[in-house]
Design a binder for this molecule. Structure first.
Ligand SMILES: [Zn+2]
Length: 89
């Protein structure tokens, strides 16, 4: 089962970095981890076996469909973590 990937993880990390860039506030590993887990728990997993050829096109079209959802959930998670970080300020 080594070749099974949850693409949602890749996308969440990607958008998390983009959105965090624009947001004020803490960007330490602890906060990033909290944002990541929070977002992942609010999004559906998208598992794919080793991507080859036409599967890549399918992955891209799925990404476009879930993009808005990812941005909404990641933004929500960032706001939540920034309002109450899991560490001293
Ligand atoms: Zn932090």
């Amino acid at each position: 089962m080594n070749n099974v990937i949850n693409y949602m993880e890749i996308w969440v990390k990607e958008y998390m970095d983009i959105i965090l860039e624009k947001e004020e506030g803490c960007k330490c590993d602890k906060c990033k981890r909290d944002v990541f887990t929070l977002s992942m728990n609010n999004l559906k997993p998208y598992y794919v076996a080793t991507p080859l050829g036409e599967i890549i096109a399918k992955i891209e079209s799925t990404k476009q469909q879930v993009e808005t959802d990812i941005i909404v959930q990641v933004t929500k998670a960032i706001n939540k973590v920034q309002n109450s970080p899991n560490h001293d300020r």
